[in-house]
Design a protein around this ligand. Structure first.
Ligand SMILES: Cc1cc2nc3c(=O)[nH]c(=O)nc-3n(C[C@H](O)[C@H](O)[C@H](O)COP(=O)(O)OP(=O)(O)OC[C@H]3O[C@@H](n4cnc5c(N)ncnc54)[C@H](O)[C@@H]3O)c2cc1C
Length: 475
């Protein structure tokens, strides 16, 4: 079977959905648009209601009802805390991509307004610059930089509903969604691009490739096979830190998700805090190769007594081995093996002392872990020495900003690895060196968060609208 479209979007994550939104809003009746989505919701993902040890698609789980309407569309953000960072340089470098801070900021505001249109709650965390100046002072004392970031917290309960509303809108505007359909290859010819999928052949005049992190390796292989120009991306390796909520409260009551960046003295590597969840839960992720990872979530209705955040170290590889994805995956697999198929948990004091944690040591800790399906172990056995040294140094420096963070009792979970994908070389329109083949989102290395992922989807779509001579409001 073969179907023809004007624009085929590979991936129904935020980047793909926002591209479809823009195209179907302005090109309604003029452009035939399709989303091809392989359906990535991971059936092995532990349910956020972890203590019940249910899977995300368990019918009995109250949170699963919205998940079940998704039929795979929505991508990585669907089951997240849905924190919308209202800055163009958090979650990517949109300002650099566009060459203008003002334009980038305007685009982030536009993305936010679309989320609100589809039901994102009025849950804004603005920045009180008078109060945060104290945080900036403390960060400076620690040799770090605080990046004030206003946020909208959509919440894990609301995120699937926002996506579902958006999908309903897209369908009403004629967007065809091919769910549970994986694109395996692309054959490029000018004005006629053929997508090979697991169900049908799609021929389209334009293609937007937005496969997300889960499709990053597929994109990297595709680029090699089909001659798409790319450059190696970095990799973030780190730990999920969990402490009693009162330790971070003096800071998180000012800024819910403080972005703190520093460069370590030992290696001059970038270390940063990411995805802070006050009163949140640490959750397990399981990848297609059966390796595990950790992440954090926060809910409006389910509260823990802890705060968790990621502490990430940026790693760059150069000649002769530049494949950061393969490097990161081998570390994740090793950590999974050492954890007996589960994430590793370790007290900071044990990591510093060079010994593994045990359940009896963890039970003596004041921090009650919110993720229970873990194996007490030694993160230093799985992570490169350089990363471990950087983590220890960064935690100690964070202790200046948030006293108590570097307590021996602080819990660390691993592996927490963010793959930043092979980065596509693109024009300002986000077109690759293959004519009419555009890219967007995390999987092609252009973003690291939903704000910028969605914005790149909008940019790619607007480039196509311009090329087709279709007018749109430059929101
Ligand atoms: C647990 C978790 C929590 C997060 N929390 C936040 C947060 O609070 N705030 C924030 O800003 N960011 C957060 N992020 C990051 C955010 O989710 C991503 O930046 C964003 O979803 C990227 O969007 P995307 O469209 O590029 O990719 P994705 O959302 O990953 O979507 C890509 C889609 O493409 C599909 N696909 C891949 N390959 C193919 C193929 N070959 N054929 C067909 N379909 C394919 C996938 O199935 C997937 O649905 C979180 C991420 C995770 C994992």
């Amino acid at each position: 079977m073969e179907k023809q479209y004007d624009v085929a979007i590979i991936g129904g994550g935020v980047a793909g959905l926002f591209a479809a939104y823009e195209l179907s809003t302005h090109g309604f009746g003029k452009l035939r648009v399709a989303i091809v989505e392989m359906g990535s919701e991971n059936p092995f993902r532990t349910c956020p209601m972890l203590n019940l040890k249910k899977l995300a698609r368990d019918k009995e789980c109250a949170l699963c009802k919205p998940c079940n309407v998704m039929s795979g569309v929505g991508g990585a953000i669907t089951f997240s805390s849905g924190t919308m960072n209202l800055r163009p340089d958090v979650g990517g470098d949109l300002d650099k991509l566009l060459g203008s801070w003002e334009e980038a900021e305007k685009l982030i505001q536009y993305v936010d307004s679309v989320l609100v249109k589809f039901g994102a709650p009025d849950n804004l965390y603005a920045i009180d610059y008078e109060q945060t100046s104290e945080l900036e002072r403390l960060a400076a004392k620690a040799g770090a930089k605080f990046v004030p970031t206003p946020q909208r917290l959509i919440g894990s309960e609301n995120m699937p509903k926002v996506i579902a509303n958006m999908v309903d809108y897209l369908k009403s505007r004629g967007v065809e969604i091919h769910g549970h359909t994986e694109v395996t290859d692309i054959e490029h010819a000018e004005n006629r691009i053929r997508l090979k999928t697991t169900k049908l052949d799609i021929v389209s005049r334009y293609v937007i490739i937005a496969p997300g992190r889960i499709g990053a390796e597929w994109f990297s292989q595709l680029a090699k096979r089909r001659g798409i120009d790319v450059e190696p991306g970095p990799l973030d390796i780190g730990v999920r830190v969990e402490v009693p909520a009162y330790v971070t409260e003096p800071i998180t009551k000012l800024v819910r998700d403080p972005k703190i960046i520093m460069y370590t003295k030992s290696y001059d590597d970038k270390a940063r805090t990411f995805c802070t969840n006050p009163n949140g839960l640490v959750v397990e992720e399981r990848y297609p190769d059966d390796s595990v990872g950790v992440n954090g979530e926060s809910f409006a209705t389910i509260k823990s007594k802890n705060t968790n955040f990621a502490l990430l170290i940026t790693v760059r590889l150069t000649d002769p081995f530049e494949d950061t994805i393969a490097y990161g995956k081998s570390i994740a697999r090793l950590a999974t093996k050492l954890g007996g198929g589960r994430p590793i948990i370790q007290r900071f004091g044990d990591l510093e002392a060079g010994r593994r944690s045990t359940w009896s040591r963890i039970e003596r800790s004041v921090v009650d872990p919110t993720l229970k399906s873990v194996t007490p172990g030694d993160i230093a056995m799985a992570y490169p020495y350089r990363v471990v040294v950087n983590i220890i140094e960064a935690l100690k420096r964070l202790d200046i900003i948030m006293p108590g963070i570097a307590s021996p009792q602080t819990l660390l979970y691993a592996p927490e690895i963010k793959f930043y994908s092979t980065r596509a070389r693109v024009s300002r329109e986000l077109e690759t060196n293959l004519k009419n083949v555009f890219v967007a989102g995390d999987g092609v290395g252009l973003s690291r968060g939903m704000n910028v992922a969605a914005a790149t989807g909008v940019i790619a779509a607007r480039s196509i609208l311009k090329r087709e001579g279709i007018e749109f409001e430059d929101g």
